[in-house]
Design a protein around this ligand. Structure first.
Ligand code: ADP
Length: 299
């Protein structure tokens, strides 16, 4: 009569499946009770394998915890450093503005020219520092999922106009003009500073990669959605690079000609998503780019 006991191979397969699922029913007593010394050796080996796997798994869990802790500490440090750095920058900007005022009112013509040029250069560097610090704060907010949205009644066209006004000098230094096209006001409930930041990021890129050609901002809406696009006739982006440039640290422009961190579009995409919107891109290498942002009008 054939035995109903499972064969050695069947028992082995059962134990291997168990170990694969993170369990093991082999015991030292069980091994000793085995009649076949070869089976004893095999089961002892399997038990050791299970213990090694368990140990490796515990170690992995601990390392993962350490890693998460280190990332939390990094984000906290970035956030604190960013906010602490903002205070002296604000003071510097106020001091520069004060000096510009004194210069305009009191300085003799020969001093005015020279000092005014230096102050303009200083202001530009302080603005760059402020922008880098803002990036630092944004990165830490996005990484720790702390992007807050606060809406208020506002006109999208006004928000875009304000972003354009602040970048006019920068654009003209690069040889580009900035034009706003909108049929009329687009009232809605908007997070004004976030929308302005998104527009500023897209405009800054259009200026940087725009080869000194005109830049056009278009705004439109329907009952539920508000839309704006930033169009340049600059270096453009190859189709293969288009999806990845919205990721962190991804860049497509030649590094020798264009410096950058590869964070602007990543931050922009996260801000737009936090606002409940979408961002899309149409671009052709050597021809130009159009970035389009679509947002819910009333939250
Ligand atoms: P950065 O400009 O600092 O490199 P971004 O995240 O803002 O970082 O942009 C990522 C990349 O996308 C840029 O390096 C550039 O290759 C490409 N890019 C962004 N905007 C434009 C644009 N308007 N025209 C051409 N390329 C662009």
């Amino acid at each position: 009569m054939p035995s109903t006991e499972p064969s050695l191979v069947e028992r082995l397969l059962t134990h291997i499946a168990e170990i694969g699922a993170g369990r093991c029913s082999i015991t030292d007593a069980g091994i000793e009770a085995e009649a076949d010394p070869n089976a004893q050796q095999i089961f002892a080996g399997l038990l050791m394998l299970h213990e090694d796997l368990q140990f490796a798994q515990q170690r992995q869990t601990m390392l993962l915890e350490d890693l998460r802790g280190a990332i939390r500490a990094r984000d906290e440090f970035l956030s604190i450093a960013g906010h602490e750095l903002r205070t002296p920058i604000t003071t510097l900007v106020l001091q520069i503005e004060g000096l510009e005022g004194v210069l305009r009112e009191k300085a003799p013509a020969e001093v005015f020219e020279n000092v005014s040029r230096r102050l303009t250069l200083t202001r530009r560097q302080v603005d760059r520092l402020a922008a880098l610090i803002a990036t630092l704060i944004d990165v830490s907010r996005i990484n720790s999922q702390r992007v807050e949205v606060s809406r208020e009644p506002a006109d999208l066209v006004e928000v875009l106009r304000s972003a354009i006004d602040r970048l006019c000098d920068q654009a003209s230094r690069a040889g580009s003009s900035l034009r706003l096209e909108a049929a009329g006001p687009i009232p809605g409930d908007l997070d004004v500073s976030r929308v302005e930041q998104v527009a500023t990021n897209l405009l800054t890129n259009a200026i940087r990669y725009g080869r000194g050609k005109p830049i056009i901002v278009r705004a439109s809406s329907d009952d539920e959605r508000a839309r704006f696009s930033v169009e340049d006739a600059g270096i453009g982006i190859a189709a293969a690079d288009q999806p990845r440039i919205f990721e962190q640290y991804e860049r497509a422009a030649p590094v020798t000609n264009y410096a950058g961190l590869g964070l602007g579009l990543w931050i922009t995409r996260h801000l737009v998503e936090a606002l409940g919107g979408t961002i899309s891109l149409r671009s052709e290498l050597g021809v130009g780019s159009v970035f389009t942002v679509e947002l819910p009008r009333f939250g």
